[in-house]
Design a protein around this ligand. Structure first.
Ligand SMILES: *[C@@H]1O[C@H](CO)[C@@H](O)[C@H](O)[C@H]1NC(C)=O
Ligand SMILES: *[C@@H]1O[C@H](CO)[C@@H](O)[C@H](O)[C@H]1NC(C)=O
Ligand SMILES: *[C@@H]1O[C@H](CO)[C@@H](O)[C@H](O)[C@H]1NC(C)=O
Ligand SMILES: *[C@@H]1O[C@H](CO)[C@@H](O)[C@H](O)[C@H]1NC(C)=O
Length: 502
């Protein structure tokens, strides 16, 4: 008797649930969109709905979590179909979260919702499908509470807003990934910062600095020399955003994507460890101001390879706090070359060590491989290897500048960031101004500068200068072309006293 009653109760309960969900259905039906999400999402996924948005990654059946980030419940049918299937990743397509992908509609909320859904699921995949252009406002994919192993599958195109309202009083980045563990951005997609509206803002940012613009100084959120000079022609805020920034993350991979036309730096890593960047393309015009290709700071164990970078500033900029950086098979140009520094600005302590750049071509740039430090700084740049660098029509292929100054005039100071253990091996090709320029500090000369197999020829018809060295000590391991007789052998007679250890 009791058993039968229980059964009856159970079926009554089922009927009640059915009625409840049916009425919920009509309720949501009026809102339309929201209900369609919850119903269509798991059922239609992977079936190539929304004409033109199918893509290869979806051909296998995708599994859905029991509860989506926004509390969408997976219908019963899908739940049962999950039974028996082996573990697989879970996929969240921004189109299923309301993204239009028409290049005009604001898709920010859809990206946020898709991320909210992917974040709590380990090894989930957020899909930005090919065939669509998504306009996304400044956004942060923030991860302190996200599961590790998320893949951001970027096959479509994401564009930045060009209206000044979207940027408030100015932001340091457009797309940000923070505090994540094992995060991968991959795919054939494009991140386009639509930077031209910003570049026009500051036509000649710094007339006194023909050598460099202020790539390395725009770090401070509230202040940079940039802020003071911007002419504000188009009404964009004077603080220009980096296109794609990773902060405080470990085990980061960026693979395959293109990042183009950033208002400022294209790809930035700050306080990250164990990073791999490969198969990436970065492009912006050679005359776009401050558009570093890849900017590294306070980051360790960085591997960058098989990557093409054309931009208006440093192809790769390595800033303070970086060590164990390995860069190979990179094509750089146009741009300002591959740079370490400027280190030690505003009397700060800077530490950079164990940097390798090899098997790289540098074409039509301002400098080739460069170390630049500000007077008055402290700390050191040491254990640096540049090898197998092919330069072509580079103004000054080899540079150490301990008098770096982008303000026109900087005071002479005795303190300096110590530069030691700098190795140049197999640097070959052509230059247009000067093959080698070593300007080291009087109080803290550069030591351990070694040159092996240097073959640099002036481009026909260019007005070129002989190699220059000032307070630069080290060794020529082979004869060089041209001869670099200004390098002083061995070590300075009095070694510097005011070394600050790192
Ligand atoms: C910006 O820098 C200037 C000059 O260095 C300084 O006077 C001013 O207080 C700074 N502003 C902010 C907001 O830090
Ligand atoms: C830029 O121009 C707008 C509108 O004229 C103004 O409100 C804003 O304060 C300016 N920004 C800067 C940094 O000068
Ligand atoms: C230097 O960095 C490389 C990675 O680029 C790493 O394998 C090596 O162990 C580092 N060397 C030292 C002495 O830390
Ligand atoms: C700094 O020192 C250099 C070399 O000694 C000298 O030519 C230059 O005039 C000095 N600059 C200033 C601002 O004192």
């Amino acid at each position: 008797m009791t058993k039968i009653n229980l059964k009856n109760d159970a079926s009554l309960l089922l009927i009640a649930i059915f009625i409840l969900s049916a009425s919920l259905g009509t309720c949501y039906g009026r809102e339309g969109k929201r209900w369609r999400h919850s119903e269509a999402h798991p059922l239609k996924k992977g079936e190539g709905h929304r004409d033109g948005h199918q893509h290869h990654h979806q051909h296998h059946r995708r599994l859905s979590p029991k509860v989506m980030g926004d509390g969408y419940t997976v219908p019963h049918e899908t739940m049962t179909s999950l039974a028996g299937s082996s573990g697989s990743t879970t996929t969240f397509n921004v189109l299923d979260y309301g993204a239009k992908g028409d290049g005009h509609a604001d898709d920010t909320k859809a990206f946020e919702a898709a991320w909210a859904a992917a974040c709590p699921v380990a090894a989930s995949t957020l899909v930005v499908p090919s065939g669509s252009v998504f306009m996304v406002k400044p956004i942060s994919f923030s991860g302190p509470n996200c599961k590790p192993g998320i893949v951001f599958q970027l096959d479509g195109k994401i564009i930045a807003p060009t209206s000044s309202q979207a940027w408030g009083s100015g932001l340091l980045q457009w797309i940000e990934f923070t505090k994540l563990t094992t995060i991968k951005i991959q795919g054939k997609g494009i991140i386009d910062g639509q930077g031209s509206v910003w570049w026009n803002d500051s036509p000649t940012v710094n007339p006194t600095d023909e050598l460099d613009s202020i790539s390395s100084t725009a770090q401070s959120p509230t202040n940079s020399s940039n802020d003071m000079i911007s002419t504000n022609l188009s009404g964009m805020p004077s603080t220009k955003p980096t296109a794609l920034r990773f902060y405080g993350s470990t085990d980061v991979t960026v693979n395959g994507i293109t990042i183009q036309n950033s208002p400022q730096a294209h790809l930035k890593f700050d306080s990250c460890t164990d990073v791999q960047v490969f198969g990436v393309t970065i492009t912006s015009p050679g005359n776009s101001p401050n558009t570093d290709g890849i900017h590294l700071q306070n980051s360790q164990n960085m591997l960058i390879y098989s990557t093409n970078i054309a931009c208006g500033d440093d192809c790769v900029s390595i800033q303070t706090g970086c060590s164990n950086v390995y860069i190979h098979n990179v094509n750089c140009g146009p741009g300002h070359g591959i740079s370490i520094g400027g280190l030690g600005k505003d009397n700060t302590k800077a530490c950079v060590s164990n940097i390798t750049v090899r098997d790289t071509t540098i074409t039509g740039t301002l400098t080739g491989v460069r170390i630049k430090t500000w007077q008055g700084g402290s700390g050191s740049a040491q254990d640096i290897m540049f090898s197998n660098i092919q330069v072509s029509e580079v103004q000054t292929p080899i540079v150490i500048d301990q008098f770096y100054c982008d303000k026109g005039k900087c005071q002479n100071e005795t303190a300096a960031v110590a530069v030691s253990g700098i190795n140049y091996m197999n640097i070959k090709g052509t230059y247009t101004v000067q093959p080698v320029h070593f300007a080291c500090s009087d109080s803290l000369p550069c030591i351990g500068v070694s040159l092996t197999t240097i073959q640099l020829k002036p481009v026909q018809g260019s007005h070129w200068y002989d190699p220059f060295c000032w307070e630069t000590y080290g060794e020529l391991k082979t004869a060089t072309e041209p001869p670099i007789s200004c390098l002083q052998k061995g070590k300075p007679s009095k070694l510097p006293s005011q070394l600050v250890s790192c």
